[in-house]
Structure formats: C-alpha cells, structure tokens
Design a protein around this ligand. Structure first.
Ligand SMILES: [Zn+2]
Length: 430
C-alpha cells in the first residue's frame, strides 16, 4: 500500500485521486492557532469535458492547479486543514476550463464532508451550538447550515406513514414560534418523536395533518391526548377511525391541583396550622396506601412522636371541605391507578355536600371525558414517553442557548433523538 493510502486512512477519507507530497504535513499558525496543514494534490484524467460534454481526447489539456484550503476534523486535537491543489484542464473544443472534483468536499465549499459529519454527530450531544462550532473549528453559521440540511432531509423522510397508536402533547416553544405552545406527536408504542409542529392551534394542525394521506390517517387506531378540547375536534375530523385515550398523568395532575388549591385555601384561613399544612403538602397528595403507619418518629411542627399516616389524618380532619375533597381525591386516584371504571363512575356520581369548588370543576371535566377514560383503562396507553421527551427538550433548551429559529430548534431535537441519522446521505449535507 502507498503512503497516500495510509494518510487517507488516518484522516478518515476515501479518495483514490488524492496524492500527498513528500512533505505531506506542515505546521502553520492559522487564525492565531497552531494548526496542521496536509499537503496534497488532486488529479485524474477526465472521461469528458463537463462544460461541453466532448469525450476526453488530446484537445483537453492539463492547465495548472487551483489551490483550496479545506477544513478537516482535528488531528491530535490540533486544528487541521487539507491544502489541496486541484488539477485544472482546458478544453480546446469549447475553450473553457474546469477543475477536478472530489467526494471529500463539495464544490465551492471549504469544509470537508467528514467535518460536516462530525458536526452532525456532535449535535446529538447535549452541548451548545456554539461549542459544536468551536470543537469543529467552524463558524456558528456553518453549524446552522448542517442543522438546516437535516431539517430538509426530515421533511423528505416523514410523509405518509403513521403508526397505529399516536400521542399528542405540547411544550413551551421558542420565542419565535407562532403559537405560545408547540405540538409534539409521538409513537405511543416506542416513545419516538414523529414530528414537532410550531403552532398547536386547531386550524394550523388541520392544515398540517392534511398533508398526510387519508389512508395513513385512517390506519391510526388510538390517540393519547390530554384534556385539550381542540384535539378532540381535530381527531374527529382528521382521524375518523381513532379512539381517543386520555392520558392518565394529566388526569392525576388535574385532581392533584384541585386538592392542592383546597389545602392552600384552608392554609390561608387557619393561622395555627399554617406551617403544618404548608410543610406536609406532598403527604396529602400521596396515595393513601403508600403512607407509612408503622414508623413512629419526630416530625417538624409536631410535638409528639407520630407517623406519616397520622399527620395526614390530622391535617385533613381540620376542615370539612378538605376532608371530603381529600376522600374524593383518594377514590379517584384509586380508580385511575387500578383502571377501575366502577369506582370511577361511583365516585363521580355520588352526591357531595362539602367538596371544594375546585374539585367540583375537576369532577365535571372528568365526567365529560369518561367515555375516553374507558379507553385509557382498556389500552393502558399513556403519554409517559412524551413527558420524558418534554423534559429532554427542557434540558436541551437550557444548555443550547440561542435557538432563535424554530426550525433549527426542531431539527436539533430530531438529530439528538436519533430520528435523523447523520450517516444517512452524508454527502448531501450542505
Ligand atoms: Zn469542452
């Protein structure tokens, strides 16, 4: 094997037409940094003139070299470049000149394709766009162009296939997004993000789903949602075969909020027990069977030894409204956790004298959605994955500053989640 072969191997490049000079690497200061500059030339006999299409003959002659300095991935942590002399030809059939081309760098670009690949791989890590630019010795703009190129790719990939079970949710988006909230669609069975839509408002989503074929929409059997009414209109219109499933997490969140507000209302009235009601809020929300009743110990704000269960019993019995609201909360929690429709319906239809207005509103909401909650109990589908994705988005937003444009933000999420494979169509980037 030749020297060329081993150097190219080290630089992770594949190109038969590149040849290195005897002194194949020099150290130079570029942009104030110690850098390695590999010295090579590119030459081959063309099959035809790319300008006029005439097949190679003696009237197509060598015509000097054109040099370009190409950024390549760092070697031994030093910024590295390939100083490439590209063979030029003159064609006497058309009197025009042309330059040899190579797959390692695109025409008119000074960043090698494997650098772009390295940028794409770095984008899957939880580091800021700025750091990706620094690690790869390129400008922030170049990083953005790599992200953009993947965004287009994503648009080509996902068009007409939808899984049988979907989930819809939303998250707070970037400032530039049209709606306050953006829409996120996942595959319920795998938890994978299918797409992110900038604006979750109904008209926008109808327009968005109209892009999918009718057949792919008819194939969707279940859609998990929170209790956001426009989703129901959307599903009835665009997914006539889909059964609506209400996400359990959101149901529990709804009743927790009602109980919490009831507790705060009492806390503001009852100055004597203010600190106790404030400190033990989590215990009140806990599923009753999970409260400990065996370990007697000293608890802050309580004089005598007591147990977790006794504390909750003490607090909820302070007030009739809190006590009854707590009971309803526990019954509903039981029904949700055990997929028990009978307990749910009994609890919803009982007459209550003392429950808080907050819990009354929640009961009314749950009643409206009971038919869909049945599907929750039967399918056991939930949005847990989506919540995980939402947390991930939060982390990404906090570390990756400067997501001004929604499309880039979205592309970065998709790249990080491995939904766009950086190895795919590598040569097409930029
Ligand atoms: Zn020609």
């Amino acid at each position: 094997m030749s020297q060329d072969y081993y150097i190219l191997k080290t630089l992770n490049m594949e190109e038969d037409n590149i040849h290195f000079y005897d002194e194949f690497v020099k150290e130079e200061i570029i942009d104030g940094k110690r850098s390695l500059v590999y010295q090579a030339y590119l030459t081959y006999i063309p099959e035809y003139c790319p300008k006029c299409g005439v097949v190679y003959d003696e009237k197509i002659e060598k015509h000097g070299f054109k040099n370009s300095l190409i950024k390549i991935p760092a070697v031994s942590k030093l910024n590295s470049y390939l100083s490439l002399n590209k063979q030029r030809y003159i064609c006497h059939h058309c009197n025009r000149t042309f330059t040899c081309s190579t797959s390692i760098v695109n025409y008119g670009c000074n960043i090698s394709n494997n650098t772009k690949h390295s940028i794409a791989v770095d984008l899957t890590k939880k580091i800021s766009q700025k750091d990706v630019a620094i690690y790869n010795n390129v400008s922030s703009n170049s990083v953005e162009r790599v992200i953009d190129s993947y965004y287009d790719l994503d648009n080509k990939v996902y068009k007409n296939i939808l899984p049988t079970a979907l989930s819809f949710d939303e998250f707070k988006s970037v400032k530039s997004a049209d709606g306050n909230m953006s829409f996120i669609m996942c595959n319920v069975k795998t938890g994978k993000i299918i797409d992110i839509v900038e604006d979750r408002r109904l008209n926008n989503l109808i327009r968005y789903f109209a892009r999918y074929s009718r057949q792919s929409r008819l194939n969707v059997k279940y859609i998990v949602i929170d209790m956001y009414t426009p989703y129901i209109s959307l599903i009835k219109m665009m997914f006539p075969n889909a059964k609506i499933v209400i996400d359990k997490f959101h149901l529990i969140q709804l009743i927790s909020k009602s109980l919490n507000k009831t507790r705060i209302k009492l806390m503001k009235k009852d100055k004597v027990n203010y600190n106790k009601l404030k400190r033990y809020w989590k215990n009140i929300l806990k599923y009753r069977l999970e409260l400990d009743s065996s370990k007697w110990r000293k608890y802050t704000c309580f004089k005598d030894l007591t147990t977790e269960l006794d504390i909750v019993n003490y607090l909820v019995s302070l007030d009739k409204e809190l006590e009854e609201t707590y009971q309803v909360y526990q019954d509903l929690l039981y029904a949700f956790q055990n997929d028990n429709l009978t307990v749910l319906e009994e609890t919803l239809n009982k007459k209550y004298n003392n429950i808080s207005e907050y819990m009354k509103t929640s009961i009314k909401t749950i009643k409206e959605y009971t038919n869909y909650i049945k599907n929750t109990f039967i399918t056991k589908y939930h949005n847990g994955y989506v919540e995980g994705n939402n947390n991930f988005i939060k982390v990404l937003k906090s570390i990756a500053f400067g997501f001004r444009s929604f499309l880039r933000f979205k592309a970065r999420i998709m790249i990080c989640k491995g939904l766009i494979n950086p190895k795919l169509k590598e040569a097409e980037i930029l």
